[in-house]
Structures are given as C-alpha cells and as structure tokens.
Design a binder for this molecule. Structure first.
Ligand code: 4NP
Length: 166
C-alpha cells in the first residue's frame, strides 16, 4: 500500500480538491483506495484556521461540476505523525513545502515533494496558486491545474505499484 498526503495551508481549497481529484483518477484507473487497498489518500493543512470545516463552497462547486464530490471531507492540521505515516507528502506551493520541511524529521525529507513536479502539460506552472481571495473562476482554474498534476502523479504511482509487484 502507498500512502499519499496532500498538503496546503487551510486544507479547505487546494489539498481537499487534490485528494478528491486524485482519488477519482486512481479509482478510474482501477486502483483500490482504502486501508486494505493499493493506496490510502488523505489531505491536511499547515495552518489551523479551518479545522473541522468542509472544503470551501467554491472548491466543492468546481469539483461537483466535474463529477467529484468533496462533501464528506473535513479540514485537519498536519501533524508530526503524518511524516511517519505517509509515503508521499505533496505540497501545493513552495510556502507549504517550506513549512513542511521545517516540521519534518530529516529521515523523512525524501517523502516531501512539490505536487506540480509531477504535472504533465502544464508548462510554467510550478505551484498550485492559492485561490482563497479570488473568484469562482480562479477555483475552476485551480481545479484544472490540480487535475493535470493528479494525472502525472497517478502515472508515477502506477509505475511504482507495478515495480513493487514485479
Ligand atoms: P488552501 O486555501 O490553503 O488551498 O486551503 C486557503 C484557505 C484559507 C486561508 C488561506 C488559504 N486562510 O487564510 O484562511
């Protein structure tokens, strides 16, 4: 099993969207998502402002229009335990990456990645921009950026799983 954690600041816009989109793409590709499946997927925020909240209404709306349901997700804060529990910890932007690096024990640093490093067909976009102060259109753009990265990351994970099974 590969355990994957998506991280942003509030855990109400970008990382829950990434969690929902990646789960959708992975299931579509035939992977099993659960404690007993091929992958386990979660998300968290480096900040504590929105703990317990649903994803932002604008993220839920952008995802719902593409057939992805984020209603059951609730925001939580990144913990020290997460660095032991997960295999891939994916930051939405460089600020999240910096905050994660500051918290993460050195032996787990190789688990930390910038999500957009896996994106395909997204030239020049190296971070998932924070849409919180923006309008609905920005949330739709962020959804599409996340989907590009999710497709690329899924390719990476599929290769990883087939090499494990070889
Ligand atoms: P996220 O967006 O990090 O993508 O969840 C934000 C959500 C809330 C805040 C900032 C960014 N905030 O400042 O409350």
């Amino acid at each position: 099993m590969i355990r994957i954690l998506f991280v942003c600041l509030g855990n109400i816009c970008r990382s829950p969207t990434a969690e929902g989109v990646f789960r959708h793409r992975a299931i579509e590709a035939g992977l099993r998502d659960s404690y007993i499946g091929d992958i386990f997927i979660d998300s968290a925020g480096t900040g504590a402002y929105h703990i317990g909240e649903k994803p932002d209404r604008r993220s839920r709306s952008a995802a719902a229009s593409q057939g992805i349901d984020l209603e059951s997700l609730r925001a939580r804060k990144l913990t020290l335990q997460d660095f032991s529990d997960f295999d891939y910890i994916l930051a939405m932007d460089r600020e999240n990456m910096k905050n994660m690096k500051n918290l993460c024990p050195a032996r787990h640093h190789k688990k930390l990645h910038l999500f957009m490093d896996f994106a395909q067909n997204c030239p020049g976009i190296t971070e998932v921009p924070d849409p919180y102060q923006e309008d609905q259109e920005a949330f739709e753009r962020v959804f599409n950026i996340i989907d590009r990265a999710a497709i690329g990351f899924l390719d990476h994970i599929k290769q990883n799983i087939s090499s494990q099974n070889a």
